[in-house]
Design a binder for this molecule. Structure first.
Ligand code: ZN
Length: 399
């Protein structure tokens, strides 16, 4: 019995290895699959034959450029399944539908006012989005392998039915979403949004192939995902990466977490607008205000230049602390406000990171703008069910 189970486990893990490589490569050959996974040619041939018979993988004829030798390319059938990704930000719920190769088929976003959205309201919005997206694409819910949900805060037991969300800054001391699964009739997997976005950057974006990288996301708040040895670093109970609440000052306005001097209370969009306008008021997500700030800075306003200059300086300081702790090859900067800062001031930000880091790790860390941009958010959430589906070996013959 034990031996039988272990043969099946090996089979499943071989399928998972090959499917992961096929998904990340897009199109690849049997020989590349062997080289990249370390599996024998016989194993690759046998598993690929099985996947083709099941209809999960298709062959495409291809003429090799070097030497004209004909090689067959393989790819996962995009229509072999569908997946949903939903992200809860400070001010929006966004949902997108993807095919199995994570090409986006449609998306929805619903804004809400203030930071007071409850888990049942999130479920209601996501449920409406899912109904509309599936209807529009004419996809039966039974063909959806799962919905990934990215949320703010610390998620204990992520991507399991026991997931518990601790997001005190938006009033969720302990929130669960297991009920949403029953309501939608689709498996629901929950994780922290910065972590899911980091997974998207690692699979398809700027962190692709990087063994050691930081993905820093700055909007109204701030968060980070840390990749070490090619894997997302989680800590003891998945709380690692709450970089937005690490301290970079002993003074300043109070943070939503109840403390002072946090990264997000200094470099978050609201904090920077407050610094520019010189008054304390709740602003929330205010792209228009931020656009006005950047316009004033380009027009040479000394106040705008000071506010933005200080924000970039402090962002560099916060990132330099991560450089000294984790020695990343790359720092990818995203989030709607982070994207604007690095778009307009890449050199200033890189210089600030180097100035506050130790020399050796600081010189190694390349600071880059996210290639995926805001699309990484729902894509990241959708990687949760896909990751689980890959690990299961894509089902049928593993049973
Ligand atoms: Zn804080």
């Amino acid at each position: 019995m034990a031996k039988k189970a272990s043969v099946r486990d090996v089979r499943r893990s071989n399928r998972a290895l090959l499917l992961r490589r096929l998904l990340l490569a897009g199109e690849t050959s049997r020989s590349d699959l062997g080289t990249s996974t370390g599996l024998s040619a016989a194993t690759v041939t046998s598993v690929v034959t099985e996947l083709i018979e099941e209809g999960t993988v298709h062959e495409t004829g291809f003429l090799d450029s070097d030497g004209g030798r004909r090689r067959v390319l393989l790819h996962i059938d995009p229509q072999a399944g569908f997946v949903l990704g939903a992200d809860v930000s400070e001010t929006h719920v966004s949902t997108a539908l993807f095919d199995l190769t994570l090409s986006r088929l449609g998306s929805r976003a619903t804004p809400f006012v203030g930071r007071n959205i409850s888990p049942p309201q999130v479920g209601e919005i996501v449920g409406r989005h899912v109904g509309e997206l599936l209807g529009e694409a004419d996809v039966d819910a039974r063909r959806v392998i799962g919905l990934g949900l990215g949320v703010p805060g610390v998620v204990e037991h992520p991507a399991t039915p026991a997931a518990v969300v601790h997001a005190d800054v938006i009033g969720w001391s302990t929130a669960r979403f297991d009920w949403l699964e029953a309501r939608l009739g689709i498996p629901v997997l929950v994780d922290n949004g910065a972590k899911t976005t980091t997974q998207a950057e690692s699979w398809f974006g700027s962190a692709r192939g990087a063994e050691h990288a930081i993905v820093a996301l700055i909007g109204d708040g701030a968060g980070a995902g840390i990749i070490t040895n090619g894997r997302l670093y989680r800590g003891a109970s998945s709380g690692a990466g709450e970089w937005g609440h690490t301290k970079i000052s002993l003074s300043g306005y109070p943070c939503r977490c109840g403390s002072n001097g946090c990264v997000e209370a200094i470099v978050g969009a609201s904090a920077v607008l407050r610094s520019w306008r010189g008054r304390d008021e709740y602003i929330g997500r205010e792209p228009d205000g931020i656009d006005a700030l950047f316009a004033a800075q380009r027009a040479g306003s000394p106040e705008a230049m000071r506010a933005l200059g200080e924000a970039i300086e402090h962002l560099g300081l916060g990132l330099a602390n991560l450089v000294n702790l984790y020695n990343p090859e790359k720092i990818i900067v995203g989030g709607w406000f982070g994207d604007l800062m690095i778009r307009d001031h890449p050199e200033d930000l890189s210089a600030a990171v180097r100035r506050f880091s130790l020399k050796q790790p600081g010189e190694q860390a390349v600071v880059e703008r996210s290639q995926l941009g805001m699309g990484a958010v729902t894509l990241g959430a959708a990687t949760l069910p896909v990751d689980r589906y890959i690990e299961s070996g894509f089902g049928p013959s593993t049973a």
